[in-house]
Design a binder for this molecule. Structure first.
Ligand SMILES: [Zn+2]
Length: 307
């Protein structure tokens, strides 16, 4: 399976910063060691262009991000210090999702070892998100004439508020978000389908709601491509999650989402989104299992095609 990774994903941060940046390089090591992809399938994402970004973001916002002239307040809302490297990282994270979409359209599945920057709005960023990779990638594949309709399946514990806002009124992209009702962002936007779960929701509650929502999203969207945000933060050991979903529950989530798409013949680009477990190894385990599941289904599909 084609997997996209760049050393730019690991942004150097000031000491004591709470974002677990190391998860990306750890995940890359685990993916490389697992045999999920050969060395020729671990690919460098390109940086998305201004024109690609401008399909989803305001020109003034892009200009100020690039120039480093966002206000202190705007940067605090994003949560990373500005640097040219931060800008390049944001372009490459979106490039990884676009690459995963194109790989999925060819192979059935593809993965970005970062991405899921769903809190980025047209004219501002927040929650560690600068550019909205799902919106940028969906509109790039649409503009290339590769698909008519895309579905975004956002299972990160935080609502995909930026994605919902950017894509509101865009009938070619269906947005589905399942998230914690009381979690950040405290003002929720309106996705095409939202499911808000109470604090402490466990495997049973989470998975039942997911199956219900997924069915509606896949039926309603008639999508030819899915972008799946496999956030690791609904996990019971997450510092920010507020839910009580186990690792096994999250593996079952992957099976349900990826399996349902495969049954319907919908290619899936898998992106990582959030993960803030007290032990970063847990976050990496959860992300790795999402990628492994996609790779397994891809091999099954190849087996069917070949045999
Ligand atoms: Zn999150």
């Amino acid at each position: 399976m084609k997997v996209f990774y760049s050393d730019y994903f690991v942004l150097p941060l000031p000491e004591g910063h709470r974002f677990p940046m190391v998860k990306y390089s750890m995940l890359r090591e685990r993916v490389a060691a697992s045999g999920i992809c050969g060395s020729e399938e671990m690919l460098l994402p390109r940086a998305v262009s201004d024109a690609e970004i401008l399909r989803s973001h305001a020109r003034g916002y892009l200009r100020r991000v690039v120039a480093g002239t966002l206000t202190g307040k705007e940067m605090r809302r994003i949560g990373f210090p500005w640097s040219e490297r931060m800008v390049e990282r944001s372009r490459r994270a979106s490039g990884g999702t676009l690459g995963a979409c194109l790989a999925a359209l060819g192979d059935g599945f593809g993965a970005n070892l970062a991405g899921g920057t769903h809190h980025a709005f047209t004219g501002r960023g927040e929650g560690y998100c600068v550019f909205n990779d799902s919106a940028i990638a969906a509109r790039a594949v649409r503009a290339a004439g590769l698909v008519e309709r895309v579905v975004v399946i956002d299972t990160d514990v935080h609502q995909g508020n930026g994605t919902a806002a950017i894509l509101r009124g865009d009938t070619t992209v269906f947005t589905f978000s399942i998230h914690g009702a009381k979690n950040f962002p405290f003002h929720k936007e309106e996705s095409d389908l939202d499911i808000a779960l109470p604090d402490g929701a466990d495997d049973g509650e989470f998975l039942a709601a997911l199956e219900y929502g997924l069915e509606r999203a896949l039926e309603g969207s008639r999508a030819e491509l899915a972008i799946y945000l496999a956030g690791a933060d609904p996990f019971e050991g997450d510092r920010l999650g507020r839910l009580r979903v186990s690792k096994e529950g999250l593996a079952e989530r992957d099976r349900i989402v990826l399996g349902s798409c495969r049954e319907r013949g919908i290619p899936v680009a898998v992106t990582m989104a959030g993960g803030y477990a007290r032990d970063v190894e847990d976050t990496v385990d959860i992300h790795l299992r999402s990628i492994e599941k996609a790779a397994t289904l891809l091999d099954l599909k190849r087996g069917v095609v070949d045999g």
